[in-house]
Design a protein around this ligand. Structure first.
Ligand code: P6P
Length: 345
C-alpha cells in the first residue's frame, strides 16, 4: 500500500497531540512561514524569467548590497505574518530595527526572526539558497515590544528552521522534539513529510570552511584544519573531504543529511567582530536544529545556544555539526587560552 503522505499541517497537529508543545498560535505561525517559503521558492525558481536577479541600489544594516530577491523575500515574510494575530513583532537581517505588527491587527505572543534569503551571493549563479527563521516568545511582562525583548539566548527558542531552495524545496523544522524535513510537492502545492527524527553521525570525514581565509584564522582552527588535511598519514588517521557552498543553509542541510562539520570562525580580518554569521537569525536556529539532530554547536568556547545576546544583529563564530568533531575543535580552543578568538560575544 502506498505510504500515506503526511502534510506539514498534520505533522504539526500530531506534534501538539503527542507532545503538547505546539499551541495553535504557534502552529499557525509555522504554517504561515511555510506558505511564505513556497512564495519565495516560486520567485527564486523563476530567476531571470521573473526579473528577480541582480542587485538593488540599497545596502542592509550589515553594509551589504541587497539583491532584489533579498527585498522580495523580506517583504513576503513581513506581509504574510503581520495580520494573523500570532506575532507581536519581527526582526530581519534586511531591516535595521524590529518591525512591530501594525495596530490595525491583533498582537500575538510570538517574535519571529529571519534571514529572508541566506546565501544571496549564490542567487545569480543558480546555487542553492534559503530562508532561515527562529521563533521566540514575547516576555509576558512586556506591555509593548522593544528590541530588548528579542535579546534572548537561543536556548529559549520555541521553533526554528530553514527552507532550502535547491533541486528540491525542502523545509526543515524543529519545535523541540527532533528534526523533521518536508519536501515541497509542487503538484499539490504543499510540504510533505519526507524525513523525521533526523540524526547526524557523531563522527565525520567532511569539513566545510572557506579555505581562502586560512592565513587569517586563529591557531586552534589552523591546527584542526591542518590535521584534517594531513589525512590518513596524519594524527587523525583518516582522510577528509572538503565542501564549501558559501550558503549556510545548503551546507547545514548537507550536514543534517549525511554529517560533517561547518566552521565560520572568527578571523583577523576584522578582529573586533566576533565572526561573520549573525547569532539571532542564523547561528541560533541552525544550532538548535543541529543539537536536536544529535550534533553540537559552539563558538569555539561555549555552546552557541547559551550565549545571551547584547545586540539584535550581533555576529558570532560558528563551529557546528558532528558532535565529536565540534568537541575536538572546541577543545583546541580551550587548550589555547591565549588565543585571539573572542570567548565573549
Ligand atoms: P563567505 C552567506 O552570505 C553567508 O552569510 C552564509 O550563508 C555562508 O555560510 C557565508 O556567508 C559565506 O561566507 O565569506 O565564504 O562568502
Amino acid at each position: 500500500m502506498a505510504t500515506q503522505k503526511i502534510s506539514l499541517t498534520r505533522y504539526l497537529i500530531e506534534q501538539e497531540r503527542t507532545h503538547g508543545s505546539l499551541p495553535p498560535q504557534l502552529r499557525l505561525l509555522l504554517e504561515v512561514v511555510a506558505r511564505s517559503c513556497k512564495s519565495i521558492s516560486l520567485s527564486v525558481t523563476k530567476g531571470a524569467l521573473g526579473g528577480v536577479l541582480g542587485t538593488t541600489e540599497t545596502e542592509n544594516i550589515q553594509g551589504e548590497i541587497q539583491k532584489k530577491l533579498d527585498i522580495i523575500a523580506n517583504e513576503v515574510l513581513i506581509e504574510a505574518n503581520e495580520w494573523g494575530g500570532h506575532l507581536a513583532a519581527m526582526a530581519s537581517e534586511e531591516m535595521s530595527g524590529i518591525h512591530l505588527v501594525p495596530n490595525r491587527y491583533p498582537q500575538g505572543e510570538y517574535l519571529l526572526l529571519f534571514d529572508p534569503l541566506d546565501g544571496s551571493s549564490n542567487i545569480d549563479v543558480n546555487v542553492s539558497i534559503g530562508t532561515i527563521f527562529s521563533v521566540l516568545k514575547k516576555p509576558d511582562n512586556s506591555a509593548g515590544v522593544t528590541e530588548d525583548n528579542f535579546l534572548q539566548a537561543g536556548n529559549t527558542q520555541v521553533a526554528a528552521g530553514y527552507c532550502v531552495y535547491g533541486p528540491q524545496t525542502t523545509l526543515v523544522l524543529t519545535v523541540g522534539n527532533g528534526v523533521a524535513m518536508f519536501t515541497l510537492d509542487r503538484e499539490q502545492g504543499s510540504f510533505v513529510l519526507t524525513s523525521e527524527n533526523v540524526r547526524i553521525p557523531v563522527d565525520t570525514q567532511e569539513f566545510a570552511i572557506n579555505m581562502s581565509n586560512m592565513r587569517h584564522w586563529d591557531a586552534p582552527v589552523k591546527r584542526y584544519i591542518d590535521e584534517c588535511l594531513q589525512g590518513a598519514e596524519g594524527t587523525r588517521g583518516k582522510d577528509f573531504n572538503m565542501r564549501w557552498i558559501a550558503s549556510m543553509v545548503a551546507d547545514v542541510h548537507r550536514i543534517l543529511t549525511r554529517g560533517g562539520v561547518f566552521l565560520y570562525p572568527w578571523d583577523k580580518r576584522e578582529p573586533n567582530k566576533a565572526g561573520k554569521l549573525r547569532l539571532m537569525y542564523e547561528a541560533n536556529p541552525m544550532s538548535w536544529l543541529i543539537e536536536q539532530a544529535g550534533g553540537a554547536a559552539t563558538n569555539g568556547h561555549e555552546r552557541i545556544l547559551d550565549i545571551v545576546p547584547t545586540a539584535l544583529h550581533q555576529r558570532v563564530s560558528v563551529v557546528l555539526g558532528s558532535k565529536h568533531e565540534v568537541e575536538r575543535v572546541t577543545s583546541y580552543h580551550h587548550d589555547n587560552p591565549d588565543g585571539l578568538t573572542p570567548s565573549a560575544t
